[in-house]
Structure formats: structure tokens, C-alpha cells
Design a protein around this ligand. Structure first.
Ligand code: NAD
Length: 491
């Protein structure tokens, strides 16, 4: 990819340089620039949203029959699949994830468009029971311009999760990808236009969240924000939304508890816990980052877990065998190192990791070894704060009552994992733990047909699922008068 020329961004369907500051998107494995671009200016933001509103009202997209919109969304899915390998390689450069992971993200983006094509085509509006001389219907309308604000950890999949249902519902969409990962949203918008989404219905405005994201959220023509990112940012957006009386959905942070009971199948549990925390280098909202293991099993389990963690293949994201790539930025790695220091100051000990890998292959990238901390209490800051990196805190537990209490003792409630052979215990724990998603004898598995979201500081609202399309629609009740005579009151 050439960095000699500046990459245009998508302002209301027009590809041109932004009017803001120039910056480079860096490959986290080497720190080299993979693209240079200019962020949008505030005037660009206003222009993109004004054009989106115009396109929403005049392009006819919202008026197309659901099966016609579905045909376009299915074309988007086909193009993503045709270009899958190129997109996966570009995404690897965009955020440094191992190629096997980016391939999965790309294919999940295609599946998301296909799924919401079906949701659009099969969405039913209802005739409700009438209580008078009228017929009543409940119908859905698109909202207008909606904003999709996404983080850097799973670009094309996060964007598809918002853009596909929003377009399926008939809206125009302004995408605000994370500043450090601008490439995939630009690709996705280009593919959507190629597939037949009218010009102007999609814009891509990468840039600083506190400036560009904030301006998008506050813009009066933006009728909904679908946000994925940190809890502090989510709360800020919720305040703005309250002022505008604008609906929002917020997919936020997590500190998810994984619980290994004494009767768990060790091979399954060790692999599941490792995958849950260390895949994506732990840069995952649903990372199983707080581990509770039955005391009777603790020593054996931790021996096996830490031996396998130490042997994970950290390295070149282009290598098919790599399990953990670099972290997103040098600054993010520093924040993870500070968390490990914080843990140590609270009395934690390092079971494995806690350092950067050594060797010339790691000199320029932002790598960090898989790290397990022990000797912690659930109330410690290291157990309560989201680290968003490859750091697991591990604790033994004595009985299930104290386990549930500790698992639920967190401001976050995004996900949880339970490992046990006893289906009754799995049922009891699965119901008692407070979380948007609970995995039983598996972890971090996903299905687009299953709703996803968090409780408490982990978020508001749900994405995915057949009804995920309704987030992007307003509900309307229609009353059809059938009375033969005028309303009696005025007689
Ligand atoms: P972030 O909150 O810093 O940024 C997310 C997005 O919001 C970016 O595009 C950013 O530019 C934008 N933004 C920042 N400030 C803004 C503002 N004032 N107004 C509007 N937009 C603004 O988060 P991040 O560091 O990019 O991502 C990591 C966080 O995202 C973690 O907390 C992680 O748990 C969370 N996350 C949650 C989910 C989920 O589905 N629950 C998925 C992935 C990541």
C-alpha cells in the first residue's frame, strides 16, 4: 500500500481529502505507516451529515421494497466474500490482528450483511387486536441519519454490525471509525456503493473521537447513535443523547468472570480460558479477564494454564501460526504495563508474562507477553478495572455462594463463562451471574442471530439478532377508522 499519496475519506459519497490534520495509520507490528490521510474538519462533518439527510430524503432507498434493499445487502455480502483475502490482509495492517483472526472478522462482516438482508425482507408489521370501530396496525419507519461510532479492535465486523441493520432499515449512515483504524470502514463504504447503495447514504469520517465523534453525536440531523467503545465515552454520549432526546445503543467495556468448578473438564476449561483472555491479545470487550477456580483444582489448573500461556505463539500477524499479535499502539501497551505495576503494588504476583517479548522480531512493534497475575482479591483495582490487554487475574474460590457474589461484584456485566460437567450447577450459575452473555463450557463464540449487549456499565441496548434491525427504526401505530357514522362526541 502506498503512503506517498494521501488517502481520501468519504464525505457524503464524495471521496476527497479531509480538511483536518494529516495523520498516519500505523501497522502495530512494525510501527510503519500503512496509509496517510487527513481527518475531516468540523465543516466536513456538517457537510457529510447534511448530504446524508438529503440522500435519505431523496435517494429513494428508504422507499425501496424490503426485498429490493435485501438484494443490495446480499450483493454487499458477496463482494466482501469475493475480496475476502485482500480485505483480511488490509485489516491485518489496519490493526495488527493475526491473519487468521482478520479472515474470521471479514467473513463475519459478510454474514452480517446476509443476515440483515433476511431480517429486512422478513420483518413483519402487525395488525393489533382492535377495541373499537377501527383497525390498528403497528408499523416501523426508518429514522433518517444514524451514526455508527466504532472502536479499533475489530474494525470491519463492528462496522458491519451497525451499518447492515441501519441500511436494511432504510437509514443513511455516518460511520466514525477509530482514528487509528480508518481503513476498513472506507473499504466497506466503497463496497456498499458498488453494490448499489445510493451515493451520500454512507460517509466515513475517521478522526479524533473527542472532536469528530462529539460533533457527529451533537449534530441535530443525527437521529440515533450506535456506539461501541469505552464506558467513559459511552456515558458522555448518553448525556448528549439525553439533551437531544435521541435514542442510543451503547456496547461498552467489560471485566468478565470465568468460573472453573472442581468437576470441570480440564482440557476444555484450560483451552477455553486461554482463548477467552489471550485471543485478540486480550483487546476484546468480552475477554474473560477475571478467573475464579475452585480451590481444590486451583494448583493443577494454574500449572496447566500458565504453562500453555507461556507457550502461546506471539509474533508476526502475517504468520498463519501466530496466536497473539501486537497491541494496537505504543501508548496502549504502556497503559497495560501500568496496570501490571498497579497489580504488583496491590500485592499481586506474576505467574507468567509481565514483560515485552525479547528479540529483534519484536523491536519495533507493540508486543506484550500473555500475563497471569495471582495473589489478588476481587476488590483490588486490578480486578475491577478493564485492562483491555493480555492480562488475566486469577483467584481461587471456596464455595458457589461466594463465587456468585464475587463474579457479580463489578460495575461491568458484559459476559461470563462457566466450566462444569454438572448441568444443574451450570444452570444455577448461568442464571445467577449478571451478564449480557454467559458461555457454558465454551467461551467467546458468536452468532449473528443471537442478541448481544451488556448490563450496568457494560452498556445499553442489544445488537444482532433478527430484531436488531428495530434499533434503527421508529415504531408507529396506525388507526384506520371503520365507523359508518361520525364520532358521536361532537353531536
Ligand atoms: P473509545 O471509547 O476511546 O473509542 C471508541 C470510539 O469512540 C472511537 O471511534 C473514538 O474515536 C470515539 N470517541 C471517543 N471519544 C468520543 C466522544 N467524546 N464522542 C464521540 N465519540 C468518541 O474506545 P476504544 O479505546 O477505541 O475501544 C476500547 C473500548 O471499547 C474498551 O472499553 C472495550 O471494552 C470497548 N468495546 C466494547 C465492545 C462491546 O461490544 N461491548 C466491543 C469492542 C470494544
Amino acid at each position: 500500500m502506498s503512503t506517498d499519496t494521501l488517502l481520501p475519506i468519504n464525505i457524503g459519497g464524495e471521496l476527497r481529502l479531509g480538511g483536518g490534520d494529516e495523520y498516519a495509520s500505523l501497522y502495530p507490528a512494525t510501527g510503519e505507516a500503512v496509509a496517510r490521510l487527513r481527518a475531516p474538519s468540523l465543516a466536513d462533518v456538517d457537510e457529510a451529515i447534511t448530504r446524508a439527510d438529503h440522500a435519505f430524503r431523496t435517494s429513494g432507498w428508504a422507499q425501496r421494497k424490503p426485498h429490493e434493499r435485501a438484494a443490495v445487502l446480499n450483493r454487499v455480502a458477496s463482494i466482501i466474500r469475493e475480496r475476502g483475502e485482500a480485505l483480511a490482509q488490509r485489516q491485518r495492517l489496519d490493526n495488527g490482528k493475526p491473519i487468521n483472526e482478520t479472515r474470521n472478522l471479514v467473513s463475519s462482516a459478510a454474514a452480517t450483511f446476509q443476515f440483515f438482508a433476511s431480517a429486512c425482507e422478513t420483518l413483519e408489521e402487525t395488525i393489533t387486536p382492535s377495541r373499537g370501530d377501527f383497525m390498528t396496525m403497528s408499523v416501523y419507519e426508518p429514522m433518517g441519519v444514524v451514526a455508527a461510532i466504532t472502536p479499533w479492535n475489530s474494525p470491519i465486523a463492528s462496522e458491519a454490525q451497525k451499518v447492515a441493520p441501519a441500511l436494511a432499515a432504510g437509514n443513511a449512515v455516518v460511520i466514525k471509525p477509530a482514528e487509528v483504524t480508518p481503513l476498513m470502514a472506507l473499504e466497506l463504504a466503497a463496497i456498499c456503493e458498488e453494490a448499489g447503495i445510493p451515493k451520500g447514504m454512507l460517509s466515513v469520517l475517521p478522526g479524533r473521537g473527542s472532536v469528530i465523534g462529539d460533533a457527529i453525536t451533537k449534530h441535530p440531523l443525527v437521529k440515533r447513535v450506535s456506539f461501541t467503545g469505552g464506558t467513559a465515552t459511552g456515558k458522555h454520549i448518553a448525556h448528549i443523547a439525553a439533551e437531544k432526546m435521541m435514542p442510543v445503543s451503547l456496547e461498552l467495556g467489560g471485566k468478565s468472570a470465568t468460573m472453573v468448578l472442581a468437576d470441570a473438564d480440564l482440557d476444555h476449561a484450560v483451552n477455553g480460558v486461554l482463548y477467552g483472555i489471550f485471543s485478540s491479545s486480550g483487546e476484546s470487550c468480552i475477554a474473560g479477564s477475571r478467573l475464579f477456580v475452585a480451590r481444590a483444582l486451583y494448583a493443577e489448573f494454574m500449572d496447566r494454564l500458565s504453562t500453555k500461556a507461556a507457550a502461546l505463539r506471539v509474533g508476526d500477524p502475517a504468520d498463519e501460526r501466530t496466536q497473539m499479535g501486537p497491541l494496537i499502539t505504543a501508548k496502549h501497551r504502556e497503559s497495560i504495563e501500568k496496570y501490571v505495576e498497579l497489580g504488583l503494588s496491590e500485592g499481586a504476583t506474576i505467574r507468567t508474562g509481565g514483560v515485552r517479548p525479547k528479540g529483534t522480531a519484536f523491536d519495533r512493534g507493540y508486543f506484550y507477553r500473555p500475563t497471569i497475575l495471582e495473589g489478588v482479591n476481587n476488590s483490588d483495582q486490578i480486578c475491577q478495572q478493564e485492562i483491555f490487554g493480555p492480562v488475566l487475574v486469577a483467584m481461587p474460590f471456596d464455595d458457589e455462594a461466594s463465587l456468585i457474589e464475587q463474579a457479580n461484584d463489578s460495575v461491568y456485566a458484559l459476559a461470563a463463562g462457566v466450566w462444569t460437567r454438572d448441568y444443574k450447577k451450570a444452570w444455577a450459575l448461568g442464571r445467577a451471574v449478571q451478564a449480557g452473555t454467559v458461555w457454558i463450557n465454551t467461551y467467546k463464540q458468536f452468532s449473528i442471530s443471537t442478541p448481544f449487549g451488556g448490563w450496568r456499565d457494560s452498556g445499553l441496548g442489544r445488537e444482532k439478532g433478527r430484531l436488531g434491525i428495530l434499533q434503527y427504526m421508529e415504531q408507529k401505530s396506525l388507526y384506520w377508522g371503520l365507523n359508518e357514522k361520525p364520532l358521536a362526541w361532537a353531536n
